[in-house]
Design a binder for this molecule. Structure first.
Ligand SMILES: [Zn+2]
Length: 573
């Protein structure tokens, strides 16, 4: 008792000293943000007038008058001019390098003329390394508003394209996937630009066609199997390409207001790349990376050395990703009852269920969270069962396990309350409902859809938070689309009127939490991110309009105006 008293006295004295110091030597802010609607996702103070930041940390959040006390000559002032700010958004389940590779490939799906394609390539040439291949796909001449003056067999010729990219080989896939379009440099590399001793025989490909003009020269169009004449020269992923993909993924995150990213399954090479990027100060995103459970050797190595919780809060590895079933689209999701549109077919598990149990026990023992992909109700039940066995076996290690189920799309009604009971976090990508619900009912039938698919509100009400996201590159990274899906349960075309199973909609507050504080919780990071709270990281997303108030039909027009990462403005529209 005495000891405790004296400790208390000492603590009180030091507390007084600290407060005294604070009054006289006020800490100063490097950045002061004010002038807009600032949603904190902190229940003690849901909205504030101003936020003061020192370096990468939130120093103060509250009234403008108080915040201004932290201002000095060097403080950067950021007037939101009526815009809206939230904590930096966290993508709760995506594939970071998949996103990067997707970004590397020029997306030509929306091009409406040959000139647009040429312009897109010219833009890419500016940042391409010498000799680097530029690839893309998605062009279709039937979408063009006008045809170029020169055509052969109804297709454009390579001259314009070759002119903007003389040194970089270019190959652009047709939207159909059945043809591609190369520039002169690519054809030169393929040995197709001059007639040598092979003569014209080199243009003859069984099952394909190299289009040629009246003079016999290739026009750049390669049909069907002839595509391989070019594609076999496109290098596989090289270290330089990996770095580029990484950088493009970071840029895509900033553009979408994403400051944290749960990376669902990576192996050795990617870990090495992330460490290199961090050392080179290019890690301008907070990655929470899951080890791929497909590599048992990798898991054993990590079990031996233990989790890596980054003191710099940039790359943390403390979880394992398991793939337990397929998807609904391909009828690979593992169901308790047969598919409605394929009688006798139940889908299937994609790894032995005792491996889930083994990994759950190892995870508890070595300090790793387990995140299992499960889509069908059978897969979800099996994973919950295996987790439960592990929790029962090692109760003292399971008090704060934060094990997750990724997707948790379709649940048996009896399993819904088990998530909260077992404290298993569902990581559900709302945009999947928006994209898939219209046909998912064919797979599951009405009753199962209504009672068990995309059960957001039921899960939340049962007392377990949801981690949101997009599963990029399966869906685009756009968090606004997923936020809209969360609160409307509509397709991005706005159908149906009331939304699918409207009782399962999230409120806007819940949806914002699922992209911030609850996503942070799903990574043991709610103490450092996910809300605008003093002492947390200064990661913020700024929007052109108030996503918490704007009319529902206006939500999809929301633009990310600015992204702040660690107190630094990394993106401005
Ligand atoms: Zn995924």
């Amino acid at each position: 008792m005495r000891l405790r008293n004296s400790l208390f006295v000492r603590m009180s004295i030091s507390f007084l000293l600290i407060t005294a110091c604070k009054d006289t030597v006020q800490e100063s802010a490097t950045l002061l943000i004010f002038g807009g609607n600032i949603y904190t996702v902190d229940d003690t103070r849901p909205m504030v007038e101003a936020v003061a930041v020192k370096d990468n940390t939130i120093l103060f959040a509250g009234s403008l008058a108080e915040a201004e006390q932290y201002k000095n000559d060097q403080t950067q002032l950021l007037d939101l001019n009526g815009k809206t700010m939230t904590p930096g958004l966290i993508e709760g389940h995506g594939h970071f390098m998949g996103l990067g590779y997707n970004e590397l490939n020029l997306d030509l799906n929306n091009t409406t003329s040959y000139q647009e394609i040429v312009d897109a390539v010219a833009e890419r040439v500016k940042t391409a390394a010498p000799g680097e291949w530029i690839t893309g796909r998605g062009w279709h001449q039937s979408k063009w508003t006008e045809m170029p003056p020169e055509t052969v067999n109804g297709f454009q010729t390579h001259d314009l394209l070759s002119a903007v990219s003389p040194e970089n080989p270019v190959y652009l896939g047709h939207a159909s996937g059945h043809a591609g379009f190369a520039n002169a440099k690519a054809m030169e590399i393929a040995g197709l630009m001059e007639l040598d001793k092979e003569g014209i025989s080199k243009f003859e490909v069984e099952g394909g066609e190299v289009m040629r003009d009246a003079m016999g020269r290739p026009t750049g169009i390669f049909n069907e199997l002839a595509q391989s004449l070019i594609t076999k020269h496109i290098p596989e992923n090289t270290p330089a390409k990996d770095i580029k993909a990484f950088e493009m993924a970071v840029a895509a995150c900033h553009k979408n207001g994403i400051t944290g990213f749960h990376d669902a399954g990576i192996g050795r090479e990617t870990i090495a790349l992330y460490e290199e990027m961090k050392a080179k100060d290019k890690m301008k995103i907070r990655l929470y990376s899951m080890l791929t459970g497909g590599d048992k050797e990798l898991l054993n190595e990590w079990y031996k050395k233990g989790p890596m919780v980054d003191p710099d809060n940039l790359v943390t590895i403390r979880s394992v990703k398991l793939n337990c079933d397929g998807a609904l689209g391909s009828r690979g999701a593992w169901l308790l009852e047969a598919y409605t549109d394929r009688p006798g077919h139940f889908g299937h598990e994609t790894l032995p269920m005792n491996f889930v149990e083994e990994t759950a026990i190892d995870g508890l023992q070595y300090g790793f969270q387990v995140c299992s992909h499960a889509i069908g109700d059978r897969a979800n039940r099996e994973v919950l069962d295996r987790y439960e066995l592990a929790f029962t076996e090692l109760p003292q290690l399971a008090t704060d396990h934060r094990f997750r189920i990724e997707h948790a799309q379709h649940l048996h009604p009896e399993d819904i309350p088990r998530f909260a009971q077992l404290k298993v976090i569902p990581a559900m990508q709302a945009i999947h409902m928006s994209s898939d619900r219209a046909w998912a009912i064919d797979r599951l039938g009405e009753q199962r859809i209504k009672e068990g698919a995309y059960m957001w509100q039921s899960l939340l009400k049962s007392g377990i938070p949801i981690v949101n996201g997009t599963d990029v590159p399966v869906e685009p990274l756009n968090p606004i689309a997923s936020f809209y899906a969360s609160v409307t349960r509509k397709t991005l075309q706005g159908t149906p009127d009331e939304g699918y199973e409207p009782a399962e909609k999230m409120t806007r507050e819940q949806a914002l939490r699922s992209y911030t504080l609850d996503a942070a919780y799903g990574a043991f990071e709610e103490g450092i991110k996910g809300s605008i709270t003093v002492g947390k990281l200064a990661d913020f997303t700024i929007y052109n309009q108030d996503i918490m108030k704007v009319a529902e039909k206006e939500l999809l027009n929301t633009e990310i105006a600015m992204t702040i990462f660690g107190g630094e403005i990394v993106y401005t529209k």
